[in-house]
Structures are given as C-alpha cells and as structure tokens.
Ligand binder design. Structure first.
Ligand code: SF4
Length: 420
C-alpha cells in the first residue's frame, strides 16, 4: 500500500494561516496585498498582477508567503527526478527564436537516435540509479523534411510519434526506467497511445501571449506554439486523466501580465481536470547561436516573483525551477516556494541548454539541506498520481510498483555510482 504524499486535487485554494503569519512578519505594501488573500479562495487575477510586480522592498514578504504555502503542501521535502535525456530527434518543423536544440537535416549535430542508441543510454542510466527516461524531440519534423520521412521509413515507422511510442515501449519493457515523453502537440488519440507506455507526459504552455507568433518575435515561424493549440493538448490530457507537466517560459518577449495569465490558464485546466502534476517556471537564457542571442535574459528577481506567484496561485501543485539555468540562486528559489528541481541527469547533458551543466547531485543535496529541506528522488510521475496508474493492470502498473517506495517516491537502490 503506497502512502503517497500530496493529493492531485484542489489547485487553487490558498493556505491561510501560515501565509498570514508570514505576512505579519514582513510589514510592507506587498504584505498589504497578500493580506487581501481570502482563506480557502483562489487568488484573483488583479491580486496576482500586483504581486508579480511587487517592489524589491516587498519581495521578502512575497517569498515568505510562497514558502509558507510550500510548507503547507509538502513540508520539508524537495524532490528531483534522476533521469537520462533521450533526444529522439532534434529535427523540428518549428523555428523558435530561443532554441538551441533544433536542427535542419544536414546541419552539424542533426541526429535521430536509433533504437540501439536509445536502449544503450537507458541501460547506462539504469546502472546510475536513474528512474526517468525523458524523451525530448522536435515537433512533427516529417511534415517539413523529406529526409525525416526517409529516416522513419528506414526505421519502419509511419511518423515520429509512431517511432516515439515504440521507443517508450522498448524502454519500459527492457529497463526499469519510466518514459516521460515531451513530443509537442498531441491529438486525443496520441495522448491515449502514449499514456499506455508512459506514466506521465509533458508540454510547456510557455505563454498565452499569441502576439509572440508575429514576424520577428520568439514564436515567429513556430506553428506548434499557437497558445490555443497547446491549451487544447493539455486539456485533452486532462480529459484522459494523464498526469501532465507543463509550465511557462519567462523572458521571451512576454509581460508580467502574460506570466500571470499563463499561470491562470494552467490553474483553470487543473481546477477542471486535476491532472497538472507539475508547473515548470523556466527562464530564457541567451546563447550566441540563436536568433534571440542579444535578447535580455530575465533577472533573478523576475524568476523569484514568477515562482512565488505560481506557488500562491497553485498552492497544491508541484512547482519546479531548473537549477542549471539559475546558478547560483538555488537558495533563493527554495525561498520562493518551489518544491522540485526537475530532472537531473548523472549521465547525459542538458541537450536543450548544453552550455549549462546540471549541478552535481551531492552539491544540490547539500544546498537543499542547508535550507533545512530534505532532497528526495521521485519518479517522473509524482506520488499523488500513482494510485490511479497502479490500479490499471498491465506492464506500466508493474513497472511503477517495482520503482516506487512506500511514499510513492523512487525506491532507494543503495549507493548509486557516479558518472565519470
Ligand atoms: S523549442 Fe521545441 S518546438 Fe521550438 S524549435 Fe526548439 S524543438 Fe522545435
């Protein structure tokens, strides 16, 4: 019997007592805004807008309230997922202005993994105690590139999604790793097919600001980044009760209001379907090779405000920020109410941000513990979503039961080896 921490319902009820205490300890105008919280009620948009625009003097009160909400949700524990990163293909039909991952066919580094490569990486990760196989890939490259159609024909699959489904099934069957696919937009049929071979999946909403599709903006020439289409995919996952990871990308040309509206759109879907297992607050980082090479990066203050407002808007949802994009501000992010560090790989680089290495796990543990918090390894699916998945008989249920401990977190496998 799994005694899971957390429950998947009720995203938006504010946690009254601890927050009020935090506010009273920080006399400020932001504290006055936080005092507008109505116990047991969701935070309204206008209040969230005031909070995300709070002054530096008021930031401490905002963070204290977010921290109190985190402690009310999952006290004393910060999680991470030990993973391998499987860039199944880096060909993509979109051209996002901030992307270093995508390639056109023939470009240096363009690659589609073979089944042998997928299995070799998964098995190496297994030896290092990983429990997640994160499949990241470009969106529907075969629609744009005949070379990808030829690659798929050679591999024996009709589409990238057919190939992804087969590779998720391969990893699930042959290893102890649990697949978590991030393939872009999905139809209802494809959500159902991938849910049969993976306990959770993800799609970053990024932003609800459709103006970023305009010529020269971040999503110019990125047809899969239409916010309404992404919301449809996330909603369909909700209808099918698939534990879902999503989030916002800050610093790509959106305003603080857009950040609040993006969080509210996610909250609304979770309130209706209860399926959002994790909200990632990710910051844009400039790189010399991308179209947005000279765009300003969001500062730590913007990240902290976004993370804290995400926590307050969704006090009972896991909030994650990637440590490798936020060095050295680990303690500050913990203070802003996050409760998860995301996927950390002891083996594979972050192919999305290759110049930002993941922190050494021991260092992350020490710094998390320095804030009085315990670092625990989770599965790609969060504990509160496990009982429903395990109750459906089949290979996925068997693998989940073998991987989780009594609290629904990753079963300890003794001392793990380090990657060279
Ligand atoms: S961010 Fe994703 S959708 Fe956009 S270009 Fe990169 S791989 Fe393609």
């Amino acid at each position: 019997m799994i005694r899971c921490i957390g429950t998947p319902a009720e995203a938006s009820a504010v946690t009254p007592t601890a927050i009020k205490t935090a506010i009273s300890e920080h006399g400020s105008s932001c504290g006055a805004d936080l005092a507008d919280l109505v116990p047991g009620s969701p935070i309204p948009r206008d209040l969230a807008l005031r909070l995300i625009r709070c002054s530096d003097d008021d930031l401490a009160a905002l963070l204290a309230a977010a921290r109190a909400a985190r402690e009310n949700f999952k006290p004393g524990v910060i999680t991470y997922s030990r993973k391998v990163f499987l860039p199944l293909t880096n060909l993509c039909r979109d051209y996002c202005g901030y992307c270093t991952f995508r390639r056109d066919p023939g470009e240096p580094g363009a690659h589609t993994m073979t089944p042998e490569e997928v299995l070799a990486v998964a098995r190496a990760g297994e030896k290092l105690g990983c429990t997640e196989a994160l499949f990241s890939l470009g969106d529907k490259p075969e629609l744009l590139f005949p070379e990808m159609r030829e690659t798929l024909r050679h591999l024996g699959y009709k589409s990238t999604l057919h190939y992804l489904e087969a590779m998720c099934e391969l990893v699930l069957r042959e290893t102890s790793l649990l697949p978590h696919p991030n393939p872009g937009l999905l139809s209802a049929e494809w959500i159902a097919r991938l849910a049969a071979v993976s306990p959770s999946m993800g799609l970053m909403l990024e932003t609800t600001n459709g103006a970023l599709l305009a010529l020269g903006a971040a999503h110019d020439n990125a047809p899969d980044k239409v916010p309404a289409k992404r919301l449809r995919t996330i909603e369909e996952a909700g209808k099918q009760r698939v534990p879902f990871t999503t989030g916002l990308l800050i610093g790509i040309g959106e305003t603080p209001e857009d950040r609040v509206d993006t969080l509210l759109a996610i909250r609304d879907l979770h309130d209706r379907y209860g399926h959002i297992q994790e909200v990632i607050v990710q910051n844009f980082r400039a790189k010399p090779t991308i179209p947005m090479a000279h765009a300003p990066e969001p500062g730590p203050g913007e990240m902290l405000r976004a993370a804290a407002v995400a926590r307050l808007l969704m006090p009972n949802v896991n909030i994650q920020a990637p440590p490798n994009l936020n060095t050295p501000y680990y303690e500050e992010l913990l203070d802003a109410g996050i409760n998860d560090w995301g996927g950390i790989s002891p083996l594979t680089p972050d192919y999305i941000n290759p110049e930002k290495p993941w922190p050494h796990l021991e260092q992350l543990r020490l710094r998390t513990e320095g804030r009085g918090l315990q670092l625990r390894q989770r599965l790609p699916v969060y504990p509160e979503f496990l009982p429903a998945l395990i109750s459906r008989p089949g290979l996925l249920s068997e693998k989940l039961q073998a991987a989780c401990d009594g609290e629904g977190l990753a079963k300890s496998k003794g001392k793990k080896k380090r990657a060279a």
